[in-house]
Design a protein around this ligand. Structure first.
Ligand code: NAG
Ligand code: NAG
Length: 281
């Protein structure tokens, strides 16, 4: 039996196992928007420790649920902090966890010292604040993006409108649809009721159609829901909002690379010790 084919097989299967997840996460972790409250908290205060437990809870919970909310009540009444996260409904749990960890890190960096913060990445959303917002519908436009116009094309626009109509008409917090080269996706935050989600999405979809006209892609993010569409993969092609931490992505890929390396080494050593053990007998 020769050693090389086996270690090579192990290496290949590990590579195949790890590399798709790098690609998937770097797409879902793309930064879309974020913001912080004006109000600041005092450092080393009970509020700061509640905030830290909030961020930890969000990250931990995202390893097994795609939506959750938390209320941290340590200290006095004015130290209460509320928070939630929502992963896009089609993300796997590992991708959800990675995304929320990224969003929390981003919010923590961007909103250092602020009482509240919110970050939307492609695959997930996180928000925390000392004013309660849980279970409150919010239809304020927070991000609107329209791609370049493809000109009026009755067939393309007809499919676009049909896909958006399908999103508006189906139920549940996560909706996706497609027709030909048109893809659409819609998501409500998990704290909205069925009726609030319906109401929020129908507004997002109406605005998307009226504001983006004949654009080849459109994104309409309201406070508690969003709707997006693209024609012919226009989102993937455009890197208009790709200024999120490229360094972070590289670090992540490196960590995965190192983990894969260590795994290969362990398997290789186990393999060697097995051979040596056999030879020793
Ligand atoms: C949030 O915290 C800030 C700063 O401590 C405070 O001024 C504000 O009143 C708080 N808001 C609520 C709703 O407690
Ligand atoms: C917050 O989470 C709790 C469970 O931890 C749940 O019972 C409650 O309905 C949630 N609230 C909202 C507004 O989603």
């Amino acid at each position: 039996m020769s050693k090389t084919p086996l270690s090579f097989t192990i290496f290949l299967s590990l590579s195949l196992f790890f590399f798709p997840s790098i690609t998937a996460s770097s797409i879902t972790d793309r930064y879309l928007y974020g913001g912080c409250t004006q109000q600041k908290y005092t450092s080393n205060s009970p509020y700061e420790s509640n905030l830290n437990s909030m961020l930890t809870s969000l990250v931990n919970s995202a390893t097994y649920l795609s939506y959750n909310n938390f209320t941290m009540v340590g200290g006095s009444q004015q130290d209460v902090i509320y928070g939630l996260y929502q992963c896009r409904g089609d993300l796997s749990m590992p991708d959800c966890a990675t995304c929320v960890a990224r969003a929390v890190t981003k919010a923590g960096d961007m909103c250092r010292g602020s009482c509240g913060g919110a970050v939307q990445l492609d695959g997930c959303y996180v928000k925390y604040d000392n004013a309660t917002f849980l279970g409150v519908e919010d239809k304020v436009v927070v991000l609107k993006q329209c791609g370049p116009s493809v000109g009026y094309n009755p067939e393309g626009m007809g499919s676009r409108d049909a896909v958006l109509g399908g999103l508006a008409g189906s139920g549940g917090p996560f909706r996706e649809g497609g027709s030909g080269v048109v893809r659409g996706v819609a998501q409500c935050m998990g704290d909205l009721s069925y009726g609030e989600c319906q109401d929020c999405l129908s507004e997002a979809i109406t605005k998307l159609k009226s504001d983006c006209g004949t654009a080849d892609y459109g994104d309409m993010f309201l406070g508690k829901c969003y709707a997006r569409y693209s024609i012919g993969g226009a989102h993937q092609a455009s890197k208009a909002h790709g200024k999120s931490g490229k360094g972070g992505e590289r670090t992540f890929a490196m960590v995965i690379g190192i983990l894969a390396g260590v795994a290969i080494l362990i398997i290789f050593l186990a393999f060697l010790s097995k051979i040596c053990g056999r030879q020793g007998k």
